[in-house]
Design a protein around this ligand. Structure first.
Ligand SMILES: [Zn+2]
Length: 246
């Protein structure tokens, strides 16, 4: 295992292009509940609204907004972990280093390197009109929404405004996917951080990277179905891994 940690440290400090792919495991140590192994029932209480229901009925749109505001509040006290910071340091070092994330919590955000951060499932902090694409700050929009009013866009007055996270039944944005694919193709090292790699399209990027010559590193608490493709696999939580490579 020591050799693996040493190799990982060398990769992170090296000059080759690195693309990270992160999942919930990157944020669980920041005190956020994982969507899947949710023990305190947060996600049960705030059960997600299907995209077609959001479009169909005002009551579902209201529920969807309530959920998102609850998640927003939950995130207020969360701070990025040391591993989040390490990833951003790597992004700062190379313009061709990218971070693809499945997380919507924004803990990975960085104002300067924002173009190198690809949020596959959108972000809780932005809301968007489904008709004209006008963007809003989630909290600002919600605060200005009159009690009982439907979430209509104040710019086009036609479309519904939805928090920009991808709902069940809603397709991922094609330009986001394209950007993630390019970041995978161009990487020399593709490093998975805290993702179970059980859901597409995130897990497909591992293969895309490998087919284009990248070495694959998987850092996850539990084994993943993609471990056989990897050059380095370390099964531990990311805090422990960080302590070994800092
Ligand atoms: Zn609009």
């Amino acid at each position: 295992m020591d050799t693996y940690f040493k190799a990982l440290k060398q990769i992170l400090e090296g000059k080759d292009e690195i693309t990270f792919l992160s999942g919930a495991g990157l944020s669980t140590s920041a005190g956020l509940p994982d969507f899947r192994s949710d023990e305190n029932g947060f996600w049960k209480q705030n059960s997600p609204v299907h995209f077609k229901d959001f479009l169909a009925k005002k009551e579902f749109r209201k529920k969807s907004w309530q959920n998102n505001i609850a998640i927003h509040k939950k995130l207020n006290n969360a701070e990025p972990t040391k591993m989040h910071n390490l990833v951003n340091e790597v992004l700062y070092r190379g313009i061709k280093n990218f971070h693809i994330t499945q997380n919507i919590d924004g803990l990975h955000r960085d104002k300067i390197k924002k173009n190198n951060i690809i949020e596959l499932h959108g972000s809780i902090f932005k809301a968007k009109c489904l008709q004209c694409g006008a963007e809003y700050d989630t909290l600002e929009y919600f605060d200005n929404l009159k009690a009982g009013a439907d979430c209509l866009c104040s710019k086009c007055l036609e479309g519904f405004v939805k928090v920009s996270t991808i709902s069940f039944g809603q397709s991922l944005l094609s330009d986001t996917l394209e950007k993630a694919k390019l970041a995978s193709i161009n990487s020399k090292f593709f490093i998975v951080l805290g993702s179970s790699l059980k859901v597409a399209p995130a897990n497909n990027f591992v293969r895309v990277a490998q087919n284009n010559g990248a070495k694959i590193v998987i850092l996850n608490k539990d084994p993943t179905p993609m471990d056989d493709y990897a050059d380095i696999v370390i099964n531990d939580c990311l805090e422990n891994i960080y302590e070994q490579i800092k």
